[in-house]
Write a protein that binds this ligand. Sequence first.
Ligand SMILES: Nc1nc2c(ncn2[C@@H]2O[C@H](COP(=O)(O)OP(=O)(O)OP(=O)(O)O)[C@@H](O)[C@H]2O)c(=O)[nH]1
Length: 334
Amino acid sequence: MAECMAGLEGPSPSEGASSTNKPTCIIVLGMAGSGKTTFVQRITSFLGEQKRPPYLVNLDPAVQVVPYPVNIDIRDTVNYKSIMSQYGLGPNGAIVTSLNLFTTRMDQVISFVDKQPPEIKYVIFDTPGQIEVFTWSASGSIIAESLASLFPTVIVYVIDTVRCVSPVTFMSNMLYACSILYKFQLPFIIVLNKTDIVDHKFAQEWMKDFEAFDKALDDDDSYSSNLTRSMSLVLDKFYENLTSVGVSSILGTGVDEFFKAVDSAREEFLVEYLKDVEALKKKRLDMELKRQEIELEKLRLEKKEKKDKKGKATQETTQSDSSKKEEETENQMS
Ligand SMILES: Nc1nc2c(ncn2[C@@H]2O[C@H](COP(=O)(O)OP(=O)(O)OP(=O)(O)O)[C@@H](O)[C@H]2O)c(=O)[nH]1
């Protein structure tokens, strides 16, 4: 049953509490059709079978059917269709606006997540198929940053392995993956999905071995192919620290390995990222204090201005009263 957020004030999250005891937040991203929803459904049933059900959040306002038992659903808070008609927006604009509106309630989402019992080890966020809505919007950053400031958070990028068999498309996917990593700067896992159709080993080999990738481009001398070759060299460092797992969301293979990767990413978060998150939190707190100071100064000035105006008005009234009196006296004397 979805938590109803409308008009409900959740308790304030226990700021500063140690992230080590908190569940891991998994943000699932991927191009439309890569299999995000099927993947979330699969990992949910995997955890369910192990009697470790996750807490689930759907962030896709336009999805028709959510095939897993969602706990928080963006569709309960915002009506995507009425946003389209209300603001005269197209489908993508309405998704962006819905996500923006939902983000204003992120503190409540965090409260709900924060008050989950310790048995809840994972909180999974399914995102809109229009990947750029999340990756390149302010709301995507706010959601990821606010989660990471309280919980170990991992970004999972689901790729359709079938669409990667061409080296050029593979490179496009890797560049996108690299840009997501750069944007969120959080532990990152690539899920090579649909391995029941194509084995993912070729993609992992291309990441590790430049020569194997170069060989795959052998017969192609086009501009895009040459560019792809040079890009591959540039991405060498990115590949070095990259975790990728092959999964079939349909069959359920590779899910075990996926959770091992998530648990390592959680450790990585606690060791490597937490200090950055702490610094980020401090920076945000400093900015907030500065903002409050400015607001206070503005209020002080406004108050002073009002007082001055009032004083001036009283002075003017007193002056006009006394000149009236003077006039009256003069009239009486004459
Ligand atoms: N063979 C195979 N098909 C898969 C797998 N995962 C997903 N699919 C299929 O891929 C299609 C898209 O899957 P979805 O889960 O809807 O993909 P999505 O990324 O959530 O798509 P959007 O809702 O558009 O963002 C569906 O037909 C799924 O059945 C897989 O592991 N193997």
